[in-house]
Design a protein around this ligand. Structure first.
Ligand SMILES: NC(=O)c1ccc[n+]([C@@H]2O[C@H](COP(=O)([O-])OP(=O)(O)OC[C@H]3O[C@@H](n4cnc5c(N)ncnc54)[C@H](O)[C@@H]3O)[C@@H](O)[C@H]2O)c1
Length: 325
């Protein structure tokens, strides 16, 4: 059809959302995630690519959508993220361009990794795996049964800090493990505890808050000191929520039982950082959201939103509804 729009899609798309997209528009599909070496477009590079493809719809995940991109004749932008922080939303709004986002796309994925880290820390799974691989099951004259004793999680209490999409997805999983769940979130009506009370009561503290001026460094020396001595700290949200030095000190002092972390300041932990050699710490490099389902979820959220927009509707996941009024 002559009047079909062209969408430049640099986000990974799959499943029902990809089918919807093909029905709606001509698709130029070139996802960043398949590029080796890594390719993340600057706004200048992305603007040139949009012009080259004659695209009026843009669906991105990581590329920068600022300045020159917003000079392009776009009718819709979709950012495959809960927080579309790769898009200059204010500038898009000023240009009258609707911006869609993908809230909650990775909630189940991050919640599953949260449980994985907790189980791995609590039962020493990574250390045990290494012992087997290294032929050291009987390390230092002990049998594994002596070294790997732990409390089971069933019957213990977990405190969730931040009862949003991921926090709620983690909640029922913890309950499924037989844990009692308490929660702190000043913006959730069903949160049960103040932060101080939660820290004192929980055997596991699991961080799921957004980083805001209020939550930046929320967990510092005083907060780690309030936690039980054998408690486990899990953070699959952002390192910005804690003071890494205070966390390290609490683990070194043995006033914290262990930690599972999926994020580090600057996306990097130096190999000689003390955390990297602690046996009671399990570290993953920001892989919480990395599932194919996350991609299918954001594909559906963005494609459905685009379909509503093109039909003159106002989708729920529109970041700047004021452009339609
Ligand atoms: N590891 C990963 O790959 C990965 C992937 C997705 C999200 N995340 C992170 O996980 C966290 C949760 O993401 P989400 O999608 O559930 O976000 P969300 O916006 O749905 O939830 C955030 C929650 O934080 C709460 N909050 C705000 N201020 C608070 C405060 N002062 N104290 C306690 N809670 C507060 C909000 O009320 C909200 O319920 C974010 O930090 C996000 O960046 C990590």
């Amino acid at each position: 059809m002559a009047d079909r729009r062209t969408a430049l899609v640099t986000a990974p798309f799959r499943g029902e959302g990809l089918d919807t997209l093909h029905r709606l528009v001509d698709v130029v599909y070139d996802p960043w995630i398949e590029q080796h070496p890594l390719r993340i477009y600057s706004s200048e590079q992305l603007a040139a690519r949009i012009e080259e493809e004659g695209a009026t719809v843009l669906l991105v995940e990581t590329d920068s959508v600022k300045g020159p991109v917003l000079e392009q004749p776009l009718v819709a932008i979709g950012s495959a993220r809960g927080d579309p922080n790769n898009v200059d939303v204010a500038a898009a709004t000023a240009k009258g361009i609707p911006v869609l986002r993908a809230p909650g796309r990775n909630a189940d994925a991050v919640a599953e990794l949260t449980v994985a880290l907790l189980l791995a820390v609590n039962r020493g799974v990574v250390r045990a795996d290494l012992d087997v691989r290294e032929g050291e099951a009987y390390r230092d004259g002990t049998i594994p049964y002596q070294r790997f004793r732990a409390w089971q999680l069933a019957g213990r209490t977990v405190g969730i800090v931040g009862l949003g999409a991921v926090g709620r997805a983690a909640k029922w999983r913890f309950e499924g493990l037989g844990m009692t769940v308490i929660a702190y979130d000043p913006y959730a009506d069903d949160a049960t505890h103040s932060l101080d009370d939660l820290l004192a009561e929980a055997d596991v503290v699991s961080m799921h808050a957004a980083v805001t001026p209020e939550t930046q460094g929320l967990m510092g020396a005083a907060q780690f000191a309030r936690m039980k001595d054998d408690a486990v700290y899990v953070n699959t949200a952002r390192a910005g929520l804690h003071d890494t030095e205070a966390l390290t000190a609490a683990l070194q002092a043995g006033t914290l039982g262990g930690a599972g972390l999926d994020h580090f300041d600057g996306e990097h932990l130096a190999t000689d950082h003390p955390l990297a050699s602690m046996p009671n710490v399990v570290l993953t490099p920001h892989i919480g959201g990395a599932t194919y389902d996350t991609e299918a979820n954001h594909s559906k959220l963005l494609a459905d939103g685009l379909e509503q927009l093109l039909a003159g509707g106002k989708p729920d996941n529109l970041v700047n509804p004021e452009v339609l009024s």
